[in-house]
Design a protein around this ligand. Structure first.
Ligand SMILES: NC(=O)C1=CN([C@@H]2O[C@H](COP(=O)(O)OP(=O)(O)OC[C@H]3O[C@@H](n4cnc5c(N)ncnc54)[C@H](OP(=O)(O)O)[C@@H]3O)[C@@H](O)[C@H]2O)C=CC1
Ligand SMILES: N[C@@H](CC=O)C(=O)O
Ligand code: NA
Length: 434
């Protein structure tokens, strides 16, 4: 008998899970027209059945026992939106073993165990999709895999963490201090009680590992992403950046040159003429450069109940269409290119440097000579008296140099008797005007 409906087991009924139920219920007819099957939420896994929920009418579907979803033969698809790695990995693998298709929003899980989960899915003819895991509601993963399938991507660069973008935007707009803005972000519910993974760049690094694996068709591990966070950024850095024409953003960068790749997340001075400089608040944006297509940009909400749920439900539509066609588990292309990571002498960028030095005759000359000796030429230099006048603050922007030359120069600079402190060092990304 031809099937008329599919059943979903939802694991998690928090922010994203609630959005999924709202969209599946509100868009029922559209989803039916697109897939030819009725989609029903069959069971919902939660931690606490007694908890007061913003969406009512689903109480009879709640369970605290994951086995009631995994081993229910009537459930075809599992949507995992409960979060965590250790608690979700065994559940997802068990669901796949039972022949269930999986949709997840979990970047923490997919950045580390993505390959293992995708292999298990392929062996069991199951689909696994995870569009919501990177840049929430922005359709970026399917774009990389399908819409760019005819091209070769050379660069993906973007703002993939909303919390840090909110903090940096507010620091820039109001001249406010990092700790003060972080507290406000926590009060508003943007930043979590423990904001470490956002502010230290780990959340963005997980997303860049997923993006670069799909975009470059190379298996990129989380520990291959160079990560720096935003917790050390000061008002002074932002003010100097502005004076020179830049905004500071936590940028994820994945770049390929001659088949060698680099992937990083770090605070970067982005020139005001670059479109990423005007991405503010909790919004995300990813620029993707393809050899044939040139520059493209994807912009939108990186988190939130309904934006994130749209990505989950779009994955659901794809799974259901695949079920109708009987092609589940065949749409995924595993990374097939050999991984070659760039060494630091092949990573090139402009850099911004701020330091405090002794305010003595010949100091600036000494410093510029040190840079010249390390193959570094300077694009801009500002010198200002530092508190009390005994010291001077030097702010400079280099031309494009290798990371290796930068690190060597920093090493020598730290050793110089005239150097009091190297306050900050950031990558610089130019815009269209330069
Ligand atoms: N929030 C967002 O905007 C975005 C979230 N994501 C990802 O989506 C996932 C879900 O996030 P979010 O909705 O914000 O999370 P929430 O904390 O709002 O919801 C988590 C849900 O999972 C349930 N849950 C958690 N642990 C268990 C457990 N051990 N057993 C049973 N149920 C459990 C909770 O139950 P109970 O309700 O009873 O506490 C809750 O319903 C995460 O992986 C997150 O990284 C991705 C993009 C954006
Ligand atoms: N903590 C994340 C939420 C979405 O992944 C962010 O701030 O972007
Ligand atoms: Na997305």
């Amino acid at each position: 008998m031809e099937r008329k409906s599919v059943n979903v087991g939802l694991m998690g009924f928090g922010t994203v899970g609630t959005g999924v139920v709202r969209i599946v219920s509100a868009h029922q007819e559209d989803l039916f027209k697109q897939t030819g099957l009725r989609i029903g939420i069959h069971k919902i896994l939660v931690k606490n059945k007694e908890k007061k929920r913003s969406l009512t009418g689903y109480e009879q579907l709640l369970t605290t026992n994951a086995d009631e979803i995994i081993y229910d033969p009537e459930i075809d698809i599992v949507i995992e939106v409960m979060g965590g790695v250790e608690q979700t990995k065994p559940l997802i693998l068990a669901a796949i073993q039972q022949g269930k298709h999986v949709i997840t929003a979990n970047k923490d899980l997919m950045a580390v165990y993505g390959a293992e989960i995708l292999n298990a899915a392929q062996e069991n003819n199951c689909d696994v999709f995870y569009e919501a895991s990177v840049a929430g509601g922005i359709p970026i993963l399917r774009a990389l895999v399908e819409s760019f399938s005819s091209d070769r991507i050379t660069k993906m660069m973007g703002i993939v963490n909303g919390t840090t973008n909110y903090i940096l935007s507010k620091m820039s707009r109001e001249g406010a201090d990092y700790h003060q803005v972080l507290k406000e972000a926590q009060k508003l519910g943007y930043a979590e009680a423990d904001p470490t993974s956002d502010v230290e760049g780990l959340d963005a690094a997980r997303k860049m590992a997923i993006l670069s694996t799909l975009g470059f068709r190379v298996p990129v591990n989380l520990d291959e992403v160079d990560v720096k966070g935003i917790s050390h950024i000061s008002r002074e850095d932002i003010a100097y950046g502005k004076k020179l024409g830049y905004e500071i953003k936590l940028l994820g960068l994945a770049q390929r040159d001659d088949d060698e790749i680099e992937v990083s997340v770090e605070p970067t001075l982005v020139h005001k003429s670059h479109p990423l400089a005007s991405v503010n608040g909790v919004f995300n944006a990813v620029c993707v450069h393809g050899e044939a297509v040139g520059e493209t940009m994807f912009y939108g909400p990186g988190a939130g109940e309904l934006p994130t749920a749209t990505a989950v439900v779009s994955d659901l539509v794809t799974v259901v269409k695949n079920m109708k066609l009987g092609v589940n588990g065949r749409g995924m292309v595993a990374p097939y290119k050999e991984k070659k990571l760039k060494t630091d002498d092949k990573k090139f960028s402009k850099y911004f440097l701020r330091m405090v030095v002794a305010d003595k005759r010949g100091v600036l000359a000494k410093i510029t000579q040190l840079f010249a000796d390390n193959h570094i030429s300077l694009a801009q230099v500002i010198q200002q008296p530092h508190h009390g006048g005994e010291h001077a603050e030097i702010v400079l922007v280099t031309h494009k140099i290798s990371k290796r030359d930068l690190d060597l120069a920093l090493l020598y600079l730290r050793d110089m008797d005239v150097t009091k402190e190297i306050k900050s060092c950031f990558r610089v990304e130019e815009g269209e005007e330069k």
